[in-house]
Design a protein around this ligand. Structure first.
Ligand SMILES: [Zn+2]
Length: 185
């Protein structure tokens, strides 16, 4: 009887300890930090920083930080006269072009920046035409000024960068090009 009581006490102590251990663990692991180099983004440096801050204000599993001296960036950002686009090499790594063709048509530059960074974070294009969707890209009206991911888009990025996640990203180039122009991206 005594043994049985001791065994029960040990079991409950172990269970309690288990609860304590679980309870004292941090709410979430440290975010994965991705460094971006916007030094070649010309007139878009500020808007690229804004796009990064948009993601940082919502995501907890990943952070986008300006690259520091001596470090190889995960993401390089350029400016040119073509369509904005993102070339992913693996999750969190790739290149972004802030193409002036869309900016000159009137598309909202912070939305372009956050959208292209969204590709680097593992989101594909979803041409829903809805302004509430960040990844609808150029399929939303030109007047669309929403630069923030919706809850589904954010949840996907959070899942991609969970510490236990094994997200696979096929290297791909996504192009911000209106459907009228006959593009798939
Ligand atoms: Zn896109």
């Amino acid at each position: 009887m005594l043994l049985r009581r001791m065994a029960a006490a040990v079991i409950s102590a172990v269970a309690f300890a288990g609860v304590l251990v679980a309870g004292s663990a941090p709410a979430s692991a440290a975010p994965r930090v991705l460094y971006y180099d916007a030094s070649q983004a010309q007139e878009f440096v500020a808007v690229v920083n804004q796009g990064a801050q948009i993601w940082n204000s919502r995501a907890t599993n990943v952070r986008l930080e300006p690259v520091t001296a001596g470090r190889t960036p995960n993401i390089r950002v350029y400016a040119d006269n073509g369509w904005p686009r993102a070339q992913t090499t693996s999750l969190g790594n790739g290149r972004v072009w802030m193409g002036r063709q869309a900016v000159n048509q009137g598309y909202h530059p912070p939305r372009i920046a956050a959208h292209e960074l969204g590709h680097i974070l593992g989101l594909p294009d979803r041409r829903t035409g809805l302004c509430a969707d960040l990844m609808s890209g150029s399929s939303a009206p030109i007047s669309c000024a929403n630069s923030y991911p919706n809850s589904r888009e954010l949840a996907q990025v959070e899942a991609n960068f969970r510490s236990s996640a094994v997200a696979r990203v096929t290297p791909q180039t996504y192009v911000w090009q209106p459907a009228l122009a006959g593009a798939a991206g």
